[in-house]
Design a protein around this ligand. Structure first.
Ligand code: 13P
Length: 262
């Protein structure tokens, strides 16, 4: 079966609940005629989740930006999967680069979160990516494979193929200080990640979507999605204006659908 284009955004700490609801209601209208060709997702802040689910949750996949690694406990400031489940959220971002590099999360923490997410039947979007220093030292492939194995290596092939998505987000490419990866670099790294997934999960590893993220914008999105092995885009800044995001989606969708390997 042909894959749909995976595309979505994480709004980080930028939108209030009211802004998130307004935004996603507009996106819901804009993508209405193409939603069957997309795996579209939206990942707002925790305090926006409930109202966003109420507004569009039947039509759009809504995810949390993070999750605790335990169901309950003395973890002030954390959010449990039980709390997400209660409001209809069963999709979660794990190990975003800002969680790892600003808040000090480790591979061990990401692994525990991935395990718990799978136990709850959640879909997890696991982010992996090398730092600038790792890239310059020629350690990009090794470091993403280590992150992948550490966080997801204990899943069964069935769990992984049913509930794991990967976001390849090179740390040096993300955010206002980032420079986007070239399409050919992204393609090479996606091939590395795919081989890691196949090594871990065998044939099932071919079914796991791998998305590219990091300074995707209207001008580079089509050339990135043209590359084999890139199953979708995970976008920050360039997705936060609905018309701009809709423009990107409409530009990349035909390119993706023409691609031979999808
Ligand atoms: P930017 O597109 O703003 O670089 O952010 C990407 C990202 O971190 C998505 O999670």
């Amino acid at each position: 079966m042909k894959r749909r284009l995976y595309i979505g955004t994480n709004t980080k700490m930028f939108q209030t609940g009211r802004e998130a609801e307004e935004y996603i209601r507009r996106m819901d209208e804009l993508i209405d005629d193409i939603r069957d060709r997309l795996e579209f997702f939206f990942i707002p802040s925790f305090t926006s989740l409930e109202r966003v689910v109420r507004a569009v949750g039947e039509r759009i996949r809504i995810g949390a930006q993070n999750m605790a690694w335990e169901d309950r406990g003395q973890f002030t400031g954390e959010v449990s999967p039980l709390m997400l489940e209660e409001i209809g959220v069963r999709f979660v971002l794990i190990g975003h680069s800002e969680r790892r590099h600003v808040f000090g999360e480790t591979d061990i923490m990401e692994a525990a979160k991935i395990r718990l997410a799978a136990d709850h039947g959640f879909t997890a979007l696991l982010c992996i990516g090398e730092t600038a220093q790792q890239k310059e030292s020629g350690l990009a492939a090794q470091s993403v494979l280590e992150q992948l194995k550490a966080a997801a290596g204990e899943l069964s092939p069935e769990e992984a193929s049913e509930r794991l998505w990967i976001g390849y987000e090179p740390v040096w490419a993300i955010g206002t200080a980032g420079t986007p990866a070239s399409a050919s670099y992204a393609e090479d790294m996606h091939a590395v990640i795919r081989s890691g997934l196949v090594e871990l999960f065998g044939e099932k590893g071919t079914e796991i979507p791998v998305l590219y993220g990091g300074s995707v914008n209207p001008s580079n999105a089509p050339e990135i999605i043209e590359r084999n092995g890139i199953d979708g885009l995970f976008i920050g800044r360039s997705a936060w204006d609905p018309d701009r995001f809709n423009g990107i989606i409409r530009d990349v969708l035909p390119v993706f659908e023409r691609r031979a390997d999808r």
